[in-house]
Design a binder for this molecule. Structure first.
Ligand code: NAD
Ligand code: HP7
Length: 317
């Protein structure tokens, strides 16, 4: 069988096991992993034989040697490092002769994508971005419904409220995720999923206004080609609706389209494996597909909130 060989950069973190699982479930092999933090015992559940490095230089040496000594090569490098390091790690993957599979947000600024494009061309290797909401069954069903309706009524503009609440403890703001220079802020680190999803379904962003911007809550309004959107995003548990709390949930993801609500808090467990299946079949989301949401999050980061004026999301206080 045509087993693909993987390396994983950022292997000791929260999301890395989902990548290990995806490599296992797609029948492939992890040959090497890198993380400066050596709390990596999880490897025994997946790939006890994989080489593990805490120093980049030794990892680099391994990758280079592997390539020269074996008939085989490392086909893919998966990247699950802090957001601001993605572009450097993607460059390393491509220059090492591997395709990259990188977590979201692919990079922090659109101009980083332009540079990666050049390296894709120079190396002939490809960048794949994990955008798993595009593989979520409820979101796919919504896209299909909207596509059908737009065929009948090509000028239709939907009214949308998007609420995205993922509660995080105090640790979040002590870690790199709370540092805007490293994560891009909560719109870049978490909001990126739904900005990508909204543009994918409802078209290009034509207007992008921010009503509220604090470290733990952001809200704004979009005019998309086919939708007027009021969005609200927070990592603060205080915003979780009472009925959701009563159900013991700490996350709440919901989109209301012309009054009809779709709740998509669940259904995320298998989406990394689904993402890998598509990437391995040559259907990954590349640099061009990342562009819209990266431009959007960079614009949100770089503008001031206007306050509670105009059409703002009802959760704004
Ligand atoms: P994390 O902090 O738990 O893990 C990051 C890991 O990278 C850590 O183990 C850290 O030691 C390691 N690291 C730091 N600098 C490194 C370097 N120079 N070289 C190699 N490793 C390095 O964070 P996380 O939650 O696992 O997030 C990792 C990435 O995955 C981020 O880009 C994040 O946005 C993304 N993510 C995506 C999803 C999703 O739903 N798709 C979920 C969580 C995280
Ligand atoms: N959790 C942790 O224990 N540690 C973490 O680092 C993260 C979560 P969900 P995911 O916070 O950086 C989302 O809210 O879907 C706990 C974003 N993805 O469902 O896994 C948490 O307390 C992702 O892009 O989190 O990740 C819950 O108990 C973003 O990088 C549980 O894990 C990430 O938050 C599940 O928590 C982040 C999506 O929204 C699809």
């Amino acid at each position: 069988p045509n087993i693909k060989r993987f390396a994983l950069i950022g292997a000791s973190g929260y999301i890395a096991p989902r990548h290990m699982q995806a490599i296992t479930e797609t029948g492939n092999e992890l040959v090497a992993a890198l993380d400066p933090y050596d709390g990596i015992g999880i490897m025994d559940s997946h790939f006890p034989q994989a080489s593990f490095f805490t120093e980049f230089e030794r990892f680099d040496r391994f990758v280079d040697k592997y390539h020269r000594e074996n008939e085989k090569r490392i086909d893919y490098m998966a990247i699950t490092t802090p957001n601001y390091l993605h572009d450097a790690h993607i460059r390393f993957a491509l220059k090492s002769g591997a395709d990259a599979i990188c977590e979201k947000p692919l990079v922090l600024n659109p101009h980083n994508i332009d540079q990666l494009k050049i390296i894709e061309q120079e190396t002939g290797k490809r960048v794949n971005n994990i955008l798993q909401l595009r593989l979520h069954p409820s979101i796919i069903a919504l896209k299909e419904k909207v596509q059908k309706e737009l065929i009948e009524n090509p000028n239709k503009v939907y009214d949308i409220d998007l609420t995205y609440l993922t509660s995080r403890g105090k640790w979040y703001f002590v870690s790199w995720k709370g540092d805007e220079a490293k994560s891009g802020g909560i719109a870049s680190n978490i909001g990126v999923h739904f900005y990508d999803m909204l543009c994918w379904i409802f078209g290009e962003v034509e207007e992008n206004i921010v009503h509220l911007k604090t470290p733990d809550a952001n809200a704004g309004g979009f005019k998309l080609k086919h939708a007027n959107v009021r969005w609200f995003l927070s990592v603060n548990y205080d915003y979780i609706p009472q009925d959701v709390r009563d159900a013991g949930q700490t996350t709440f993801r919901s989109i209301t389209v012309d009054g009809d609500e779709i709740e998509f808090s669940g259904g995320f467990k298998d989406l990394h494996t689904r993402s890998y299946e598509e990437i391995l079949a040559g259907n990954g989301f590349g640099l061009d597909e990342a562009y819209g949401s990266i431009r959007t999050v960079a614009a949100i980061r770089n503008q001031d909130a206007i306050g509670l004026k105009g059409e703002y999301h009802p959760f704004c206080k």
